[in-house]
Design a protein around this ligand. Sequence first.
Ligand code: ZN
Length: 166
Amino acid sequence: MRVTVLGSGTAVPVADRFPAGYLLEAGGLRLLVDCGPGTLRRLPSTGTDLGDIDAVFLTHFHTDHCADVGPLLFALRNPRYAGRKPLQLFAAPGLDRFLRLLADAWPWTLPRDYQLHTVELLPGSVAVGPLHLQVLPIRHTAQSLGYRFADPHGGGSAAFSGDADE
Ligand SMILES: [Zn+2]
């Protein structure tokens, strides 16, 4: 299991940190946890192509944690990604509304030539491919979730709180 920090900053621009974005490679999957502005810009330096991403998990809907979802969905309409594997997008309830409103403003974020699967998560445990995922409520916004990914085949675990008050 490998975590690459693509961004760990805040909404305030600084020279040396992008807002939140993490690449998690585990169980043969490549996952993004949060997708703040700059996440896509940082991704190629990890050797990961956008077409390789299996799923995106958002900890909450603050702009510095999800602003690159629009550019991500727009980029995936590029013909080079036609027929790519389905992209799964996970977040708290409100995700589908968020995507609907995004598509109202930017219709070119709607999927073309690939499938987008969305899952609105509640606290609890779910399987993500071979990984076990624990979803936890986080005190920050009404729709904040924390994630703990574990590889049951001896691959360790990684946890992401997103922003957390207290
Ligand atoms: Zn926040």
